[in-house]
Design a protein around this ligand. Structure first.
Ligand SMILES: O=c1ccc(O)c[nH]1
Ligand SMILES: [Fe+2]
Length: 350
């Protein structure tokens, strides 16, 4: 289906209003040549309608010679902004940045947020933005779950496929994603609806078994056979199974960087409008497939960078892996049972 420009503009107006954009605000539209022109125009028009002072920052795109594929999460850390101090200053001057080119997992994003500037990432196709238009109910549910995760000292994940993973917590903050940026210094991603944190450095242990149907990003594949990851002292030490395990091993080894095996963010999905099946209906280059990261009841874990929470692991390889049908416990509270959100009650959809 196709979203028309008027609808896209109205949606941006709703999201920017939720993000507290008004006549007192300055809004920068960050873009590059590959940004979706419809999104850039809709964000600009909406910010103007809300009375904000709007400007654009266009950056020549950045390509690292070792980057493969077009998914913007496939090569993290260095971006078109890296080293461009003047452009960064122009962005830090804004109250809010609509990021249509992807700064996520870059140190520059953290530096900009520290100035109090808000950043809203919006790089998914308009039809996906429309299907997961953020609501205050989404925020309330994600924040209810965050109230539990923030206090937790341990996350455990088990599954009938054989996962048995333990991650001591407390060293890093909880990160919420509900689709709009209503607090100074907040980053968020429209579309989203999930939460996560990082394990304490070098303490995650156990086994994660990717079962048939689990999703590997940025490959944008549904696993067709089991892949077993062994985790010791916070790092993936073995990846075994059949062809798909070999593919994952080869891909991660390509970066020739031991830090790619570090466990990155771990959490669970709370977005009922995100669908496990959606990835199968999109081309690989349509976007970064937020359906996979946000679908209700998933266990989302990842490997590689931890710069988002002030860590030093700035490695370009970032795997986001979404598992179905897991049991997730946060301390003694089971939050997900076989892929169904069970607690806290305020995080569940009615
Ligand atoms: O919204 C996102 C997107 C990618 C990612 O790695 C985390 N959160
Ligand atoms: Fe990720």
């Amino acid at each position: 289906m196709a979203v028309n420009q008027s609808q896209l503009g109205q949606m941006f107006e709703q999201v920017l209003r939720l993000s507290k954009v008004d006549a007192s605000q300055s809004v920068a539209i960050l873009k590059s040549h590959y940004s979706d022109a419809r999104t850039v125009q809709a964000a600009t028009d909406a910010a103007l309608r809300l009375g904000a002072k709007v400007y654009s920052v266009e950056l020549p795109s950045f390509n690292h010679p070792t980057a493969m594929g077009n998914d913007m999460t496939a090569y993290c850390g260095d971006t078109a902004l890296t080293g461009n101090i003047a452009a960064q200053k122009a962005l830090e001057a804004a109250d809010l940045i609509v990021d249509t080119m992807m700064l996520l997992h870059s140190p520059e994003q953290e530096q900009i947020l520290k100035t109090g500037t808000r950043i809203l990432l919006a790089v998914e196709p308009p039809e996906v933005l429309a299907r997961m238009l953020p609501t205050e109910e989404d925020k309330a549910r994600v924040m209810a779950a965050a109230a539990v995760l923030e206090k937790a000292r341990m996350m455990t994940v088990k599954s009938s496929a054989g996962s048995d993973f333990r991650a001591p917590l407390g060293q890093y903050p909880t990160v919420t994603e509900y689709g709009y940026v209503d607090e100074p210094g907040r980053w968020d991603h429209w579309p989203s609806g999930f939460l996560f944190t990082w394990p304490n450095e070098e303490q995650a242990e156990g086994v994660l078994v990717l079962d048939v149907g689990d999703i590997l990003l940025p490959f944008k594949t549904y696993a067709r056979e089991r892949i077993t990851l062994e985790i010791e002292k916070g790092f993936v030490t073995r990846i075994h199974g059949g062809f798909e395990a070999e593919y994952l091993r080869d891909y991660m080894a390509y970066f020739n960087d031991p830090e790619v095996y570090g466990i990155s963010h771990i959490g669970w999905g709370l977005q009922p409008r995100a669908q496990w099946t959606a990835m199968g209906l999109h081309d690989k280059n349509d976007g970064m497939c937020m359906d996979a990261r946000a679908f209700y009841g998933n266990f989302l874990f990842s490997t590689g960078p931890n710069t988002e929470v002030g860590g030093t692991r700035k490695t370009p390889c970032h795997m986001d892996i979404a598992l179905r049908r897991c049991d997730i416990r946060v301390d003694d509270l089971q939050v997900v049972a076989e892929g169904e959100v069970v607690a806290p009650a305020a995080s569940r959809v009615r």
